[in-house]
Design a protein around this ligand. Structure first.
Ligand SMILES: C[S@@+](CC[C@H](N)C(=O)[O-])C[C@H]1O[C@@H](n2cnc3c(N)ncnc32)[C@H](O)[C@@H]1O
Length: 330
């Protein structure tokens, strides 16, 4: 397979098979370089469903929107790209649909969470402990809070809590202490390598350093971009935006994300049968979705060999039920 220099889309064949079935409105909430969007548009085209279909591509990163616009040029007429946070999915869909005179009911939503290879590999964005750059980590460069601000203003307790909660790092307390001590001795921490060196100072051998570096950087990235809060919001609001039998596919890359996706999906799929022993024939309230994938789908060995990023990917798919509670696909 030819490698995409921007970002190689993960589980693309599976996404197409689950998501693309009829003409309609498709939302790629994490447009990135447009790899998945291009695959969706091609699949619609090949199915003769290009007419009557619109793909709304959302990203909060201007660089991603520029790269995707270029990649999706041949499908320009069927595509609307929007800068924004996917937590505003409902209002973005409403706006685009009212501009185009369409009913705001979505056939398919894709969320391919986290950052792109392009963002990680661009040193100036400050996402990587492997590249020296400013301690930034904002996906949306217009947002006010960078990683440096957090590292330099949170107190020791707040830093430890953050590293433990969002990085699940057992040495959170000693790392937080070393950051605060460094600040007192040398002033603010402004570079990714400076932070990486402070973290390395907590180790004597080389064991587990890489894991810890990636956990602390992950924790900061989650905090800078409020990733878990906006994820919860887009799951609820995305389900609201779906048409009957519309589907949502979510690819997560770490356990904190996957836990939220699993929990929200389970909650929305569950019917309320009232207090035990009532003996109802019908639930008081029906679940509004069905789980298309009961267990998360993972990439094949072939895909992970070609694209290491696919290694930690987990795909979960749901389908919005009709008002009567029926799924078209089970
Ligand atoms: C893993 S990449 C997506 C790659 C894409 N599927 C492709 O094939 O090129 C995630 C992208 O989603 C964007 N993103 C992450 N969280 C977002 C959010 N809350 N709102 C909007 N965009 C977000 C990032 O800026 C990044 O460009």
């Amino acid at each position: 397979m030819v490698q995409d220099i921007y970002h190689e889309p993960v589980l693309a064949a599976e996404i197409i098979a689950f998501l693309v079935r009829k003409p309609g409105i498709y939302v790629d909430g994490t447009l990135g370089g447009g790899g998945h969007s291009l695959a969706i548009l091609r699949a619609l085209d090949e199915a003769g469903a290009r007419e009557g279909s619109v793909l709304i591509g959302i990203d909060q990163d201007d660089a991603a929107l520029r790269a995707a616009a270029d990649k999706l040029k041949e499908y320009e007429a069927s595509t609307v790209l929007a800068k924004g946070n996917f937590q505003a999915i409902e209002s973005i869909v409403q706006r685009v649909c009212s501009e185009k005179g369409l009913k705001p009911k979505v056939a398919g939503i894709l969320l391919d969470l986290g950052v792109s290879s392009f963002q990680i590999d661009t040193a100036e964005r400050g996402f990587s402990y492997l590249r020296d750059g400013p301690l930034d980590m904002r996906m949306d460069m217009d947002s006010p809070v960078s990683a440096a601000e957090i590292i330099n203003t949170y107190d020791e307790k707040e830093l430890a809590r953050l590293i433990y909660r969002y990085g699940e790092e057992p040495r959170s307390r000693s790392i937080a202490k070393s950051i605060v001590t460094y600040r007192l001795d040398h002033g603010p921490v402004n570079r990714t390598q400076e932070l990486a060196d402070i973290i390395r100072g907590n180790f004597t051998g080389t064991d587990k350093i890489i894991k810890t570096l990636s956990r602390v950087f992950q924790a900061l990235r989650i905090e800078v971009n409020s990733e878990l809060e906006v994820l919860r919001r887009v799951l609820y609001d995305g389900i609201e935006s779906l048409d009957e039998h519309g589907r949502m596919a979510v690819i997560s890359y770490h356990s904190l994300e996957d836990r939220i996706v699993k929990t929200v999906f389970a909650e929305k799929a569950k019917s309320d049968w009232g207090p035990k022993g009532v003996g109802l024939r019908e639930p008081l309230e029906r679940g509004s979705i069905s789980l298309v994938t009961r267990k998360p789908l993972v990439a094949t060995q072939e895909e992970t060999d070609a694209n290491p990023r696919a290694r930690s990917a987990k795909l979960r798919v749901i389908e919005k039920l009709s008002q009567g509670g029926h799924s078209e696909w089970q």
